[in-house]
Design a protein around this ligand. Structure first.
Ligand code: BV8
Ligand code: ZN
Length: 261
């Protein structure tokens, strides 16, 4: 991991500092990296235990669920239980703090955890759904999430519940590969990206579409774009800037800079 600079060492190009301090509409766009310091593996970290010889992209599909419901439902319930065991980290908290001070902030996440909400972010656009809102595959009836797994008992296969109304299988409330994203959330996200003055892209590898278009759309629309990621990302334009390091270390420093009078 690239050593993170301290606030005095982040050499802010003056034009980005000015852009942050004058931005009227911020978009914060997050991926799995923003939850990494809470202890949640990123989406492309290697899977463990029962799922270790699967590629997440193969498991996160309707086909995989129908082929082996107990394996896939067990994976999602394991992940949900893990999320419930951890807490938001300083990155989530800094984003919630920023929203309390800047004129307008639209938070868009690809994540399916509820850590932004638990850090106090008032409204979160979930482009890929949520672990916390299972529903019936057949009639779409929402189900209150069952009692979470006790992860100390180790990973396990788990049969998905059955819908009390129609007998359909209950599925995770996430967007699987090959599925359409929630239309309203996606429309709002694209509108915000097209209108914002500055977009912070935090902890995403930028490989999943259409979500990956969000920072590209913002940059094309003339917004400043700041990437926060230990991984060096290819920057597309001179209005893009990369802060290399962990979100939980960098974001509190960024907020300090923005709020410094
Ligand atoms: C769609 C929910 C229209 C599930 C997810 C062929 C057929 C069908 C579709 C396609 C196809 N080919 C391509 C597509 C489109 C496909 C796609 O983009 N595939 C990719 C892999 C090429 N997209 C779709 O299918 C979408 N639907 O297109 O519908 C359609 C319909 C039919 C036919 C055609 C088109 C649906 C996409 C949604 C999939 N669901 N999640 C679940 O979670 O199980 S996506 C999944 O990836 C997660 O949600 C995750 O959030 C998301 C993005 O990944 P990242 O968040 O970026 O996470 P990642 O691990 O990759 O990276 C983490 C980053 O954090 C790294 O850069 C790392 O360096 C950094 N990091 C690590 N630690 C830190 C850190 N950063 C900061 N601080 C740290 N401490
Ligand atoms: Zn049903």
């Amino acid at each position: 991991m690239t050593p993170v600079n301290t606030v005095s060492e982040i050499l802010w190009p003056p034009k980005f500092l000015e852009a942050m301090r004058s931005a009227q509409h911020w978009v914060v766009f997050t991926g799995a990296g923003v939850s990494a310091e809470s202890g949640i593996p990123t989406f492309r970290d290697a899977l463990t235990g029962l799922w270790s010889n699967f590629d997440p992209e193969d498991l996160a599909t309707t086909e995989a669920f129908l082929r082996d419901p107990d394996l896939v439902w067990g994976w999602y319930e394991w992940r949900r239980a893990k999320v419930l065991e951890v807490a938001p980290n300083p990155a989530h908290q800094a984003i919630a703090e920023l929203a309390r001070h800047v004129p307008r902030l639209t938070l868009i996440t690809q994540n399916v955890d509820d850590l932004h909400e638990r850090a106090g972010s008032p409204s979160v656009l979930h482009l890929h759904g949520s672990l916390h809102h299972p529903r019936c595959m057949r009639c779409a009836k929402a189900l209150d999430p069952p009692q979470p797994l006790d992860t100390s008992q180790g990973e396990q296969l788990l049969a998905p519940p059955v819908c009390v109304d129609c007998g359909g299988l209950i599925r995770p409330g996430v967007v699987w590969f090959g599925e359409m994203l929630p239309e309203q959330a996606l429309t709002q996200a694209f509108e915000a990206a097209a209108q914002c003055d500055l977009l912070l892209s935090v902890g995403t590898s930028g490989v999943v579409y259409p979500a990956a278009q969000i920072p590209q759309l913002a940059a094309r629309s003339g917004a400043w774009v700041i990437h926060i990621n230990p991984q060096n990302l290819a920057l597309g334009s001179e209005r893009e800037f990369q802060l290399t390091g962990a979100a939980g270390a960098i974001l509190p420093l960024l907020v300090q800079q923005v709020l410094a009078d």
